[in-house]
Ligand binder design. Structure first.
Ligand code: SF4
Length: 354
């Protein structure tokens, strides 16, 4: 078992709670793959209370897959009016027609066949398989990610695709084989009524409170961790490890902004070839004496990526009067940010001999 301990305790606690607190919903009063499927599609973008009357009207008009497949599309869309996201209704009918054509009108009961139908993703396939067929498939949506993150005080980013795969695998391990559908529905109900997404979760009413890691730490609202991917701007620059009589040149960054006040090797914007780099050195009163090495690397900050070309070059001249010429011992007192480490390492590993 790789699922964390709180998840292994979850089924017993949650199913007992579900037996007493389950919501009475129209699609639960009579269960079939068709009814579970339609309800889950409606609930994708819609609150339960808003979906209920739509579900009842839809079922009255199209009680079976073949009724939906044979229906006039305009009528399907009319019954969907007000729910929005009409592609859901169109896909429902497309999938109903596929079930008629490819599965002889019988709702398929394997993950592969269900997930291949239009408009059905991993969550919906798991919900149908577990609720209508009693097969042990997890149904992991935002609610489940939130609950499992809190139960395990999971510091990983739930917006990362790998998070969903991890939670799915944990939940698969602990789904009780005799009640997988009830377990998935119990998680849905817990997320809707107790382990809330907005505001404070109602831990005092939660059947998992005694083993919930976030609750034990008083950090319920720190989870789930959501870190949005940032788009980084790429900047190119050319940096110089200037060698002169056993010393290298460092300069201090401005006292505001990125890497404020830290020491760095001299550099300039853009990717310079050797001739352009020589011109830049001459503009700074330096004469290149020997080109030792050229290297390339990339350094990532949160919002910026530096694409760096680095030259190690022996020079003559003093350069900018603000630069500091440092011996190896003096350099230790002026730490250089890791963005320039590949150049500095060349001294430490002996490539650039001072
Ligand atoms: S104890 Fe609180 S935070 Fe933990 S699962 Fe229950 S409601 Fe959510």
């Amino acid at each position: 078992m790789t699922a964390p301990a709180p998840l292994q305790q979850l089924p017993a606690a949650l199913l007992g709670w579900y037996d007493e607190n389950r919501r009475d919903l129209p699609w639960r009063r009579q269960v079939s793959p068709y009814r579970t499927w339609v309800s889950e599609i409606m609930l994708q973008q819609t609150r339960v209370a808003a979906a209920e009357p739509y579900f009842l009207r839809f079922m009255a008009a199209f009680p079976t897959v073949d009724a939906l497949a044979a229906a006039d599309t305009e009528q399907v869309l009319r019954l969907w009016q007000g729910l929005g996201y009409y592609s859901r209704a169109r896909n429902l009918q497309k999938a109903a027609r596929e079930i008629m054509d490819r599965h002889g009108g019988v709702f398929p009961d394997t993950y592969e066949a269900i997930a291949a139908l239009p408009g059905i993703g991993d969550y919906t396939a798991g919900a149908i398989l577990s609720i209508a067929f009693q097969k042990p498939y997890p149904a992991v949506d935002g609610n489940v990610l939130r609950i499992l993150s809190r139960l395990t005080a999971w510091e990983g980013n739930v917006l990362d695709g790998a998070a969903r795969a991890k939670m799915r695998s944990w939940l698969s391990e602990v789904l009780p084989p005799h009640r997988p559908g009830d377990m998935n529905q119990a998680l849905m109900d817990l997320g809707a009524a107790v382990c809330l997404s907005h505001g404070r979760p109602l831990c005092e009413s939660c059947p998992a409170a005694s083993f919930c890691a976030a609750h034990a730490q008083g950090r319920e609202q720190d989870f789930p961790v959501r870190v949005k991917k940032t788009t980084r701007k790429t900047e190119t620059l050319t940096a110089f490890l200037l060698l002169r009589n056993g010393e290298i040149a460092l300069r201090q960054r401005p006292d505001r902004g990125l890497l404020a006040s830290l020491w760095e090797v001299p550099h300039t914007a853009g990717e310079l070839d050797e001739q352009q780099a020589a011109e830049w050195l001459l503009q700074n009163d330096l004469i290149p004496h020997r080109w030792v090495k050229k290297i390339h690397w990339k350094h990532l900050f949160t919002h910026i990526a530096w694409q760096i070309t680095g030259y190690i070059v022996e020079i003559q001249g003093d350069g900018d009067s603000h630069w500091l010429w440092c011996s190896p011992e003096e350099r230790a007192a002026h730490p250089v940010p890791s963005a320039f480490s590949p150049l500095i390492k060349e001294i430490d590993n002996g490539t650039a001999l001072l």
